[in-house]
Design a binder for this molecule. Structure first.
Ligand code: GLN
Length: 207
């Protein structure tokens, strides 16, 4: 299998490393490719949208005209993990407490509304242990950097994790969004979960 990491901006290499570690630990034969263009997006079986700065990512994706290709692959069921800015990219609408609707170009595959910088700005970045039943009993260490929170979820969206009563992990079919950086904790369980979704999706589609 080939997992793509969207290579526009943000912690791209960290996601490549976390995915490679997860493939190894699962003994799954696969490669991790940094992808940017439509042709590259057609060759992957799963995608990671890294954390970083969502306005920069959407502007670069628009310039490279890759948004429609990403949107199409995800709407066809290709598994995807979006962390932090990546989750914002997947959302239907994003706003900021100070400026309101941020009017950025979004993919809109994930039926959620997000509040950007919901936990404060850079100085308010923090780590927290989260209980995520989807990944097993052991707590997952979330690294929150200028993190968003989910403020509204559509009817097909499962709430997977909360912190201080705010929604920080969601799942809608093969789409996972996390408000924290799953690739920065050294715990590869979230990336393993994505790989397992890809295995299931490939089995179902007979490829
Ligand atoms: N605050 C950033 C945004 O709104 C996201 C931060 C992150 O990805 N660490 O795009």
């Amino acid at each position: 299998m080939t997992i793509g990491v969207l290579g526009l901006q943000g912690d791209i290499e960290e996601n490549v490393a976390a995915t490679s570690q997860a493939l190894q630990e699962l003994h799954v034969n696969g490669t991790v490719d940094i992808v940017r263009y439509t042709e590259e997006l057609e060759k992957i079986d799963g995608l990671i949208l890294p954390g970083g700065e969502s306005t920069v990512q959407s502007t670069l994706a628009a310039i490279q005209r890759s948004l429609p290709a990403i949107k199409k692959r995800i709407s066809e069921g290709m598994p995807v993990l979006g962390s932090c800015a990546g989750m914002i990219m997947l959302s239907k609408r994003a706003y900021d407490r100070i400026i309101g609707d941020t009017k950025q170009k979004l993919l809109g595959n994930l039926d959620i509304v997000v509040e950007r910088n919901a936990f404060g700005r850079q100085n308010d970045s923090f780590e927290a242990d989260l209980s995520l039943a989807m990944l097993g009993k052991e707590a997952f260490r979330g690294v929150f950097i200028r993190a968003p929170a989910v403020s509204e979820v559509g009817k097909d969206v499962e709430v997977i994790g909360k912190l201080n009563n705010r929604i920080v992990v969601v799942k809608q079919k093969n789409i996972i969004g996390t408000a924290f950086h799953a690739e920065l904790s050294g715990d590869s369980r979230m990336h393993k979960h994505l790989i397992n979704m890809v295995l299931q999706f490939k089995n179902k589609n007979g490829s």
